[in-house]
Design a protein around this ligand. Structure first.
Ligand code: ARG
Length: 586
């Protein structure tokens, strides 16, 4: 259940009733700073003082009395200048947890009342170039956000907006004819395309006739020449194969792959429209939007000296032009209410300008740049995607290394008797742990900050790391295996009660799950889910140290097994919402 929303409605009714007002007022519910003072605090009396000409403390008194009579609340007391501190009633919490335990399909998390159509634009690498670590972040974060929003009940379209159209293709076409190696293109397409691209762009720098040929091939491609079109399709297809392998390893999928090329035909119309409406104007043959000339421009952009260019003087369209056409397509074709762009912080200015243009065009859609920071190496500088000898570190090799390192750690754990993995399960467990570790190390961070890539911290069964949480899950599951108890039977029959302090701490934490998921979805912050799961694993450890489970008797045993099952399910669900898998045994 959505706890804070429920308390908000209880609180605002209580305010209306207690103060005899014509309409409910916001209760302003906040979690308390210190559990000593209860679980939540209601601040709604504070702003009413002036209006009702009484001190907030005087107003808070009848509010507290009105709340004290409610099922969910055990105690409500006035504190400070006029807050009401509330202590939730343990039997009420327990009954909500029992309800969540029964709800195997959703673990007590309701669907949103208002469904939005949301486009999540993520991963979106440039083909013919190596996917770099930034694209890995976009892929992992975007996938987590899409999973959270769909679970909430939103209608999500996952779009891989490939960079598959642009000046690089003219160079690639002439370059491939000159230096291309078809076998290499089949076997390792992206490195081969990169190699050829490098040669071609170097040549174009010094040889004007070559550069001219590349431009001519590009123009032919863009005007639909069959032969060039076929070449381009070939580049896209082989690159896509490499990408698909990485996505399969990461368990990431897309509903559509609408790359930049998909919008080619719409681009002239975009520019004409901007010119006609006086949003853009010509300048030395190029078509640009000058922010300091636009009345309705956002303040932050008015000082922006460099214009937003939508057509170059040679007639070529740009990233900006395709992005405008893309928003329009998302509105017209998908009827999207929102679009989230999961893209590196460094493209902030591009999106700021894009969104401002869409506003000037009157597009009715919520557009958000879901930015993220840089991955740093242990030298504190942006992680290099090349090793010391200049070889490209591909994403595929990074994931491979993670699986190998996970396997090593698991082998050690097995040798020391800490972990139990059967030889025939080793491949699967190291895959789930290795991939999960890379994802978790990224997702546990507030996405806006940079973070340091550190194999040892990442693949750890102790600290705040993926393997630790997967282990916590497996341990819950193992309690059932050890006691020969069927988890489904407990799910169907156990009644949760909260007696011991460690049970209460665990129970209160479990109760917050829905709020966390909703907040993570509303703010595109998957790290909130990670934080919750980590704290949950710790609360469970505390509980397990204090409260015997299998050795308890009767209803207490059932309740504790119920708490264990609910914890297991919440860890699994939470990790699943950020795209991380679990195994039952390790
Ligand atoms: N291809 C771009 C890059 O690699 C990212 C595209 C993001 N999506 C968008 N609609 N602009 O930098």
């Amino acid at each position: 259940m959505l706890l804070e929303r429920y308390l908000e409605s209880l609180g605002s009714e209580a305010i209306q009733r207690a103060l005899d007002l014509d309409a409910p007022r916001p209760a302003l519910v906040r979690p308390t700073q210190d559990p000593k003072f209860g679980d939540f605090q209601i601040n709604g009396a504070m702003p009413l003082g002036k209006e009702l000409k009484k001190s907030p403390r005087e107003l808070a008194q009848p509010i507290a009395e009105a709340l004290a009579g409610v099922d969910a609340i055990e105690k409500a007391e006035v504190a400070g200048p006029g807050f009401v501190n509330i202590h939730l009633a343990l039997p009420w919490i327990a009954s909500k947890l029992t309800e969540a335990l029964r709800d195997a399909a959703r673990d007590g998390v309701p669907r949103v009342e208002e469904v939005s159509k949301v486009i999540v634009d993520f991963s979106s690498p440039n083909i013919a170039k190596q996917m770099h670590v930034g694209h890995l972040r976009s892929t992992i974060i975007g996938d987590a956000i899409a999973r959270i929003l769909s679970f909430m009940g939103h209608d999500v379209v996952r779009d891989n907006h490939l960079g598959d159209w642009g000046t690089q293709f003219g160079l690639l076409i002439v370059g491939m004819r000159e230096w291309g190696d078809e076998n290499a293109l089949q076997a390792t397409p992206i490195p081969e395309l990169e190699r050829v691209y490098k040669l071609a762009s170097e040549r174009a720098g010094s040889d004007e006739a070559f550069a001219e040929r590349a431009r001519a091939e590009l123009a032919k491609l863009q005007s639909g020449d069959d032969q060039n079109r076929a070449l381009w399709e070939h580049f896209v297809e082989v690159s896509r194969g490499t990408l698909e392998a990485v996505y399969a390893e990461l368990d990431v999928s897309f509903d559509v792959w609408l790359g930049e090329s998909a919008y080619h035909d719409a681009l002239p119309g975009v520019v004409d429209d901007l010119l006609e409406r006086g949003i853009a104007r010509e300048d030395e043959g190029a078509v640009c939007i000058f922010w300091d000339e636009i009345d309705g421009a956002p303040k932050a952009l008015r000082k922006q000296k460099t214009p937003f260019i939508v057509r170059k003087k040679d007639g070529a369209f740009l990233y900006s032009t395709t992005d405008i056409a893309t928003v329009q397509h998302r509105k017209d074709h998908f009827h999207a209410d929102r679009a989230l762009y999961v893209v590196d912080n460094r493209q902030g200015l591009h999106f700021q300008q894009l969104f401002a243009v869409m506003k000037l065009l009157g597009t009715d859609m919520e557009l958000e740049h879901v930015g993220f920071g840089t991955v740093l190496g242990n030298d504190g500088k942006p992680l290099r995607t090349r090793d010391a000898s200049g070889h490209v570190i591909t994403l595929a090799s990074l994931l491979e290394e993670s699986k190998q390192r996970a396997r090593q750690r698991i082998d050690e754990g097995v040798a020391e008797g800490r972990l139990r993995v059967r030889p025939e399960e080793m491949d699967e467990v190291s895959r789930v742990v290795g991939i999960g570790a890379v994802k978790y190390a990224d997702l546990r961070q507030n996405r806006l900050s940079d973070y340091q890539f550190d194999w040892d911290k990442m693949i750890s069964f102790q600290g705040n790391a993926g393997p630790y949480l997967q282990y916590a899950y497996a341990r819950c599951a193992s309690i059932f295996a050890k006691g020969g108890v069927d988890m489904d039977a407990i799910v169907a029959s156990a009644t949760i009660t909260l007696d011991a302090p460690a049970e209460q701490t665990l129970g209160k934490h479990l109760l917050r799950f829905t709020d966390v998921v909703y907040q993570a979805g509303a703010t595109s912050q998957p790290h909130l889910v990670c934080e919750h799961i980590y704290e949950l694993a710790r609360a469970f450890n505390g509980f397990y140290a204090e409260c015997p489970v299998l050795d308890a008797q009767g209803a207490t045993r059932e309740s504790r097994l119920g708490l264990t099952a609910l914890t297991a399910r919440q860890i699994r669900r939470g990790l699943g919402l950020v795209g991380i898998g679990v195994v039952d045994r390790m």
